[in-house]
Ligand binder design. Structure first.
Ligand code: NAD
Ligand code: UDP
Length: 350
């Protein structure tokens, strides 16, 4: 016998990990059955990073418990400090290349450095995080028989020869270049996810995320949006690599997180892979000009050598996301950039 809100109760686990059926045997409700549903407990590996911290916010807002697992390699406590007092938020400092034993209901696997500067800093560790990390997270999901989401990437398409990129395209990836630790690591992780799905019947959701931007990006991670905004706000030269004619399609963080949650909670029969991005395509020169205009900066534009294997064009075909989830991004680049500029403006003032 136990107490729930002062009532005398008899509890019986009904099979679902957090749903305890109480038969209330005290006071006026005696004899009626009442379900007290526990919060779904969600593990977010890489939860202290840019995307992970926004996902933690969203899951908590949705009434879930968020367990953030992070080794703070590129993540930052500042990203999650506002959640520290929330009783439904927890942090576990842990490197996912080692096994982890916790009891949860869902896993979002996001842990991995994402910017070229960060993932090329220690390429062996990047591959280990993608591959060993995936094996450990998949093993956890298998033991618990729970659904697991993988943050894959548009980099699995490499320097694409098909444009825009549909999920059916197998990509054009250099296996031995400087980006390979990330590209091939993420490709191997996709293979592992689909093999666990086929071999063990694991429920998986694999999303291929395209360039995403917004508040809480790392100011020094070398990514184009954060670089250009910080440079513009400080009136320093805007560094365009190559001639700026290469393209990217930029998705605002809120749109991406919305897709991730919808995908995770969608029918188990659809494992993906699913493109997650905004199909509006811009050249890097157009992005630089937009940032200059929105910040009113006096920065000049300068041109630097293009890094090796830098993809020429990138744009997601999002037909699958529209058809399966009724999802489309709603934030135009200009609106998202304004919010991101406000964030970096505050950040730099501090
Ligand atoms: P991020 O670097 O801000 O976040 C990654 C997080 O993972 C950090 O908090 C870092 O400390 C943590 N981490 C790294 N290695 C770890 C390890 N071994 N164990 C535990 N934690 C570890 O990057 P992000 O932009 O938030 O990206 C999150 C995920 O989304 C990554 O898997 C990335 O590959 C994927 N992705 C991001 C983008 C994008 O545009 N931001 C695009 C495609 C895919
Ligand atoms: N880029 C640039 N100047 C910068 C940083 C990046 O011109 O200061 C270019 C980079 O060469 C690439 C594009 O912007 O063509 C996007 O780079 P990012 O590192 O943001 O992402 P990714 O290459 O992984 O898409």
């Amino acid at each position: 016998m136990g107490k729930v809100h002062g009532l005398n109760t008899e509890g019986l686990w009904n099979g679902s990990r957090h749903t305890l059926q109480y038969k209330i045997i005290g006071n006026g409700l005696m004899g009626k059955n009442c379900n007290i549903k526990g919060r779904q407990r969600v593990l977010i590996s890489g939860g202290a990073g840019f995307i992970g911290s926004h996902l933690c916010d969203r899951l908590l807002t949705d009434g879930k418990e968020a367990i953030c697992v992070d080794n703070f390699y590129t993540g930052n406590k500042e990203n999650i400090i506002h959640l520290m007092d929330n009783p439904y938020f927890e942090i576990i400092r842990h490197d996912i290349t080692f096994p982890l034993y916790v009891e949860v209901d869902q896993i979002y696997n996001l842990a991995c450095p994402a910017s070229p500067v960060h993932y090329q800093y220690d390429p062996v560790q990047t591959t280990k995080t993608s591959v060993h990390g995936a094996i450990n997270m998949l093993g956890l999901a298998k033991r618990l028989r729970i659904k697991i989401f993988q943050a894959s990437t548009s980099e699995v398409y490499g320097d694409p020869e098909v444009h825009p990129q549909p999920e059916s395209y197998w990509g054009n990836v250099n296996p031995i270049g400087k980006r390979s630790c990330y590209d091939e690591g993420k490709r191997c992780a996709e293979t592992l996810f689909f093999d666990y799905h086929r071999q063990h019947g694991l429920k998986i959701k694999v999303a291929r995320i395209f360039n995403t931007y917004g508040p809480r990006m790392h100011p020094n991670d070398g990514r184009v949006v954060s670089n250009f905004i910080v440079q513009a706000l400080l009136n320093r030269p805007i560094t365009i690599y190559g001639d700026g004619s290469q393209t990217r399609s930029f998705c605002y963080i809120d749109d991406l997180v919305d897709l991730m949650v919808r995908f995770m909670d969608s029918d188990d029969s659809f494992p993906g892979p699913l493109n997650a991005g905004n199909p509006a395509e811009f050249t890097i020169l157009e992005l630089a000009e937009m940032v200059l205009e929105l910040t009113g900066s006096r920065s000049e534009i300068i041109f630097k050598p293009l890094p090796s294997d830098d993809p020429r064009r990138r744009k997601p075909d999002i037909t699958l996301a529209k058809d399966h989830l009724g999802w489309e991004p709603v934030t135009p680049l200009e609106d998202g950039l304004r919010k991101t500029i406000d964030y970096f403006d505050d950040y730099l003032r501090q």
